[in-house]
Design a protein. Sequence first.
Lengths: 225, 851
Amino acid sequence: MLQLDDVTRILPGTPARVLFEGLALRVGAGECVAIVGESGSGKSTLLNCIAGLEPVDGGAIRVGDTSVERLDDDAMARLRRSHFGFVFQAFHILPHLDLLQNVALPLWLLGTAEAEAGRRAREMLGRVGLGARATDPPQQLSGGELQRVAIARALVHRPHLVLADEPTGNLDPGRASEVLDLLLGQIRDSRAAGVMVTHSRSAAARADRVLELRVDGLHDITGHP
Amino acid sequence: MSVPLRRLFLASLLRRRLASALSLLAIALGVALGLAVHLIHGAALDEFGRGIRAVAGKADLQVVGPRDGFDEALFVTLARRPEVAAASPVLEIDARLPGREESLRILGVDLFRVLRVQPGLMPLADRGGEDLRFAALRPGVVFLSDDAHQRLSAPGHSSEGEALPPALADARIAVQSGVRSLVLEAGGRVPGASGVLGVMDLGAAQQAFGRIGVLSRIDLRLTVGVSPATAQAALSALLPPGIALRAPEAAAGELGSLSRAYRVNLTMLAAIALLTGGFLVFSTQLLSVARRRREFALLRALGLVRAELMRGLLAEGAVVGVVGGLLGVALGHALAAGAFRLVGGDLGAGFFQGVAPQLAFHPAASLAYLLLGVVAGVAGTWLPARAAAAVAPARALRAGEGERAGLPRGDGRGRLAAAMLVFAVLACLVPPLGSIPVGGYAAVVFVLAAAILALPVLAHALLPLLARGRSATWRLAHARLAAAPGQAVVAGAGVIASVALAVSMAIMVNSFRVSVDEWLAQVLPADLYVRASVASGSGYLDPPALAGIAATQGVARVDTTRLINLRLSDAEPLFTVLARPAQGNWGLPLVSGSMEPVAGDAEGLPPAWVSEAAADRHDLARGSRFELPLGGRVQAFRVAGVWRDYARQHGAALIESRDYVALTGDDRVNDAALLLEPGATPAAVAQALRERFGAEHITIALPGEIRAISLQIFDRTFLITYLMEAVAVVIGLFGIATTFAALAATRQGEFGMLRHLGFTRAEIGRLIATEGALTAGLGVIAGLAGGAAIAWVLIEIINRQSFHWSMELAVPWGGLAIFAVSLVLLAALVARLAGRHAMRQSAVLAVKADW
């Protein structure tokens, strides 16, 4: 589903700094990979490179049958709307939309018919346990609840790949565990590939594989926290 | 408040440079427009007053009568009175220069008396050696002021605009008397006089212009110890009807009242531009306060007192007001200077023709307008500052409080809007103060307030209609506006005010123009018009001339009009009487009554048809009794009808020619309206008339030409209002620009997230443009509704009370539709440009920000 070959990223500046090089990764459908590493090691940059929001300085990234690094800005945006789902640390739920509309947003972008979009968003909200609050404004929700909405939004359009950047970074440990269960469960259920960047070793341990990012590439540390 | 703290507040103005600059500019424009109108009118009135004082000299009182003059016997009566130390008779002639656009004001004075009362008018002979008085007493000699010398020695132009050689050549100048030319010799100078004028011996002037035994004015110097009030009380009883005794300065006051309504209207437009500027300050301050909620909460948590926070924010508004006001004062002077050069001191309305005003710095007026700018700045900041001071610091410091938390929710104002409309209706019932329609202006303000308050209600009502089946950008823009109608109020308030202003003026001006056009068609029914001069001028058509016109081949019928300007009271401007055959003729544009005289009049009074202005001012209707001072006595008339007259703002009455001639013995006329025989062409008849009288002595016009010229003058008069409207609309668009620039800056996180979800940059641009268009669209709809209501107030209340003109409502649908659509598109473009900066921000960085 996601395939990285020999990916290199050099940070511009004088002198230029190699953030990582020769990086390789394969993530299959229904599989969830956690990436850990020290602050500044380039975890978030790697996610951005996969999403086409930052350029790579070498190597190839394929999502399904598409080579990401060859696409222009607009084509990449269209690929993201159909193939990608995102979960952010700061939730990014739009305050002027109700929960149902927030979840339906990716479907609006894909031009899904109104009734169909509503039905699927409602179903997705039900799956994250917020089915009864579809028309509530986001202001009434707690942080954990907001992240559930974000998870519903990330999966409602059945993406091939879900990218999560510190999804539990703004949550207390109890809520974090709940949200993580939900995120990983939903990724597996929908047969998407998942890549999660996190600081938290305990969060990483819930993934199928744990990889540590270093300058010379990704190192599998599954089972060796 | 400490200096560093003060700096903290003021630095915020510098941080948002675009918004601060646009607010400044908006206030500056409002201040500049208002001050310019004030300066231009003030300078024109000053100059006019100076001219009056120079001509009146040492006179304490002036006897004035109808424009056409009065019997000189009055002079002897007054000169003998003990209250009068010296009396100087004056005959004033507006001498037409044959075939030319210009005219020359000639004062016929008694050279033996003028020195004692008006020394400034004392002539100086050119030829040394010859006794001045003998030179002046020779018939056909005129003495010219330096201004007249200069003006008349320069090449002139004809009424058709062709270039002509100087009117004054070889010390000779041709003037018109009746339908003949008269060559006057320029015998010398009048060093003490200003303005374009000539001085002649009284007897010579009376003879030259066929006004033997007639005076226009008597200037009086009172005996030492006699006050003007005492003299006025003693002498007034001696005056025949229609003749008044007043201080020389009163003429300037009369002119001031003539142009007052026009000036107040323009000042009102400037005030609305300033109000729009105030709204702009409100929008930008509100958004800025919303953005700085956390900063304020932190300061409050650290110990800043509520009042200090409020003061700091008000100081920001005051700084914008002061700088904008200073800029406005400078710009106002520049605008006034430019206007003097381009359109003269009358702002295109024709009140001060022939006056060459000088621009002067007025400290008091400048300070007053500067203060208005400060008031706009502080008033615009008041509500946002209060809202900021009221926020609980703990809540504002919490993460996740978006920019929206600081914006007004914008609901629950429907009732207040309805109350404002009720106030507007009540204000319309208030009678005018003087001739200023204060109630009408108050109604305009209430309607504007109602339109702005109703905007959220309008958003609630209209947005659901636009909710379905559109693209993601449309749905997002729609959802944002539906969830935060307060944002529409913030961005749209300026749009509403400026659109309402522009729409109301457009509807009013269009109604006025259509009505004037129809009116011209009604009052100009003849095939051809012949005129010798304007009402007070030196040219006229006498019976032999009329016989000549009637005998011209192709002329079937000649109808004549005599125009006389009368004085009904000391305080009022001149009243016009038109004497012409009324019944069984071409009729009048009647608004009430009929062309038939009132039947069974016990007093047997002759009929009169009065204009709307006369009916309003003197409370007249069909059957009313109305007195006019004609031929030195008071003559009563019975009003038969009221007609629409756009030409004379201060009232007019039409009476039968035969009644006028019987009452006054005056059989001269100013205008002749010709009906041609079948087959005769106007061009051929005009040519025959020119050959008979000399082309330079008469003006011949076709109704079509008069209509075209009249409408051209009409458009020129309203040009300045169009310019002011354009300024207000631009300020309204500034509001959209600053709001969207500020909002876009706070929404970088949102845009970054949308880019992650797969929005292209173009789609984000479309989203901002759509929001701009929707916001402006709501503002435009509210503005159109408000504008229509204001147009009604302008037509039915303000114009009726200021100018006494009624008109038929004519809405320029096509023009308004184009205006509305263009404004919405322009708003979309402006919002898109304003949001450009936020869109450039990297999506990656944007989602990092905790918002």
